[in-house]
Design a binder for this molecule. Structure first.
Ligand code: GRF
Length: 205
């Protein structure tokens, strides 16, 4: 059984798609905890409605270091069974950079969704970056989290064609639809032990 911890900061639509798909795969994945660094994150209510435990670990006025904050997250994850041995941590719109110590402790056990075809357009406002650059296709990427910014081994990508009349909003909506498809898929692959990492690459069996 894989214990799932999801970290959010806002809307939580990716979290919702994961939790709903996990409900259908109850036998292999336990949705253990949703943690938000923001008390007003909309996703918290969605998680509660879906019967998943939530916790707020506010980061706004936290005075310590990044690692000290992350240790609070890890304490909550651990309490709910999301350990480096039996857990998976999904970053789903979690608007914080996590510390190298956290990444090291949960080596190859933290995954993220990014709204672009990495390595193109890492960081913030990726949909706008893609439009401004003039690419014809963009998309989204689920990847392992390593010490860099959006640089870990890629698990799944989905391509979205850019239309001439696209705005940041219309493009973001189409990308989000694909995000909701590929993120739960990646979680399931992980739970079924079907992802092997070989250097920069992942091999999906
Ligand atoms: C998504 O676009 C995701 O790719 C990015 O942050 C956004 C989170 O949206 N990392 P939501 O909170 O899952 O609705």
């Amino acid at each position: 059984m894989l214990n799932l911890g999801i970290l959010i900061s806002g809307r939580g639509s990716n979290m919702e798609s994961i939790l709903k798909s996990v409900k259908r795969e109850k036998s292999i994945i336990n949705s253990a905890i949703v943690i938000s660094n923001k008390p007003d994150a909309k996703g918290l209510k969605i998680a509660e409605k879906l019967g998943v435990k939530t916790e707020i670990i506010e980061s706004k006025n936290f005075k310590g270091t990044r690692w000290q904050y992350d240790k609070k997250i890890i304490a909550s994850l651990t309490k709910h069974g999301v350990t480096p041995q039996e857990g998976l941590v999904c970053l789903a719109g979690f608007m914080r950079i996590i510390s190298p110590e956290f990444v090291k402790k949960y080596k190859n056990r933290i995954i993220n969704i990014h709204p672009a075809l990495l390595p193109a357009f890492p960081g913030l406002d990726s949909q706008k970056q893609a439009l401004d650059y003039g690419v014809k296709h963009t998309g989204c990427t689920v990847h392992f989290v390593d010490a860099g910014m959006d640089t870990g081994p890629i698990i799944i990508q989905a391509v979205v064609k850019i239309k001439e009349k696209d705005t940041e909003d219309s493009l973001s909506k189409r990308i989000l639809k694909q995000e909701h498809e590929i993120y739960p898929k990646a979680v399931k692959l992980f739970a079924k032990n079907k992802i092997k990492i070989s250097g920069r690459k992942t091999i999906i069996s």
